[in-house]
Design a protein around this ligand. Sequence first.
Ligand code: ADP
Length: 293
Amino acid sequence: MSAAVILQDVCKVYNNMPVVNHLSLEIQPGEIFGLLGPNGAGKSTTIRMLTTLTKPTSGRIAIAGFDVARDQFRVKQQIGVVLQQMSVDVDLTVWENMEFHGRMHHIPNPRRKREIDRWLEYVELSDRRDDLVKTLSGGMKRRLQIARALLHQPQILFLDEPTVGLDPQTRRRLWEIIKGLNQQGMTMLLTTHYMEEVEYLCDSTFGKSAVPNRIGIMDSGRLIALGTLQELRHKHGEGLVMKQEGDRWNYQFFPTLDEAKAYFEQQPNKAGMMVRPSNLEDIFVELTGRNLD
Ligand code: ADP
């Protein structure tokens, strides 16, 4: 099976500055791919290029086998897009927003009505269908965006920071929706700077799909790490010893947690020391030398 998303040596230059710098990546059908990185890393620009909103300066992008530069129309049919900026019309009702999108995509009735019902139910907004969008909470608006992005039955869903600014409970609810879609076979690329979001959504031990979910860490326009959560932890070390020196912590990675514990036990002075399994944030700090937020 050919890849759902292909980026080959893609660059985007703004004001003579490479914002996306020779990015090559393939996402497989059924995969949920988490693109992680600090603000300014180039994640949104990458999504904007993948979704035809901006053109790459160089390189090639193919979505579901269609070239983004040559076949925009076909690409748009294959993708659903949920961007950071709220793109729903707040002066229309929930139903009218869905109806408008359905008409834009030339979905005929009765299929249009059926699909609107189906997706509003999926995101639990059926009972708000006649309410103006401006009366909805932030989480409800995001769910509406997701329902709308799914209406024309896309193969690939792009989510740019889908839970930014939402409270933890609302975020968890969205995670369940996103995970559920992936379990139904939807290919997804999501960007985030929330570590726990990728750890939860892109855990490759989860899901019925035979395709492992992967994480890419982007920094200054480049992909600096790529793999499943397990691969990234295995590569950088699954055990961690932290040592406080003055007002900063020094991190030392070990291949396994047992090895980290053994090292810890050997230390004559354990004051200011801690041993624990490594996580994605540790790996990010190790790779980039800075925190995400
Ligand atoms: P991220 O989504 O990872 O936070 P972005 O892709 O939004 O990163 O931005 C990457 C860099 O590109 C930033 O330095 C940003 O200022 C710059 N940038 C993004 N869009 C434009 C634009 N339209 N014109 C000029 N610079 C831009």
